[in-house]
Design a protein around this ligand. Sequence first.
Ligand code: DP6
Length: 345
Amino acid sequence: MIENKRQKMDENEIRITVEAHPNIALIKYWGKKSETEMTPLNDSISLAIDIFHAKTTLTARRVEEGEESVDTVSINGREITLNTRFNRVFKSVRDRLDSSWSFSISSSTNFPVAAGLASSAAGFAAIAFALGKAFDLSQTDIERLARYGSGSASRSGLPGLVQWKKGDEKEESSVLSHFPSSHWPDLRLVILVVKDEEKSISSKEGMERTARTSELLQDRIRRNPARIQGIIDSFASRDFSTLAELTMRDSNEFHAVCLDSYPPIQYLNTTSWSIINLVHSFNKESVRAAYTFDAGPNACIFTLKEYMDEFVSLVHSSFSIGDSIEKELRSVHISTLGDGPKVVE
Ligand code: DP6
């Protein structure tokens, strides 16, 4: 149970600061059933990345009668123009409250937003959680708010191994945590930030195109329930090689449906492919590492504590790493599994 540290400045102002982790999907969400409800075509399952977080302060102010509410959001010190997703999140909260409030969000991330490390997932999960704590909203409401911001954000609302269920006519789409992060303390994540010059297609646009044009997507959706169950079972028994193979196959299949979209969508670059080949050669004798790639060239590698040093040395000897233009990787980050959001101030 999370302690309620919400600071009520007075009846007219609430301030709260929270932290939420980004997550990385082992079985990926790709394609929406409903753009309005932000419901997915398939279930997905993910783990939170402990070393990274978005730290978000929400200041909610009561608005006088007749006065219009003005919301603001700044990310890493820069004020952003609110798009329909932010507006929808704020409107959904206002619709539930008996009086008018305006919301001001100030968020900072300890990882590069442009690196494509699911920053929107951590960001919207933090905003939804902060609004939920400030106004005593239910877990279902918090999940829905996060999802309205970005589908994958709903998975950052819970600890450990988290499944986002697509829902159906009878049951609303929802998230559930199968195991806390402490279930598998030796599991490690190695994040390889790949130098990327290309401006890639956003997830929103990419999944719309895939859903509209890819025939392979139907096969992927059919296979999804068995894959999800495979991840839950292998995580339960800490069966690394099964978890690893399912994760790599799903990543490959996700990028295959992107290529099957028309026109095709390419998220992996030559460095991403070198990482894939490196992992398979590392796994020659036995499966000791798994890669997964979201909608961009960066890799997230799963491995176990006992293999980590060897894998990281291999990365250092195989790639040039640094900020300058000729380097292949920008940076390497090592993490354990993360938990759900928490109130920090
Ligand atoms: C490839 O959650 O960013 O990372 O719901 O349109 O905001 P929207 O998309 P988003 O998509 C994430 C796609 C993915 C796979 C995943 O995280 O499951």
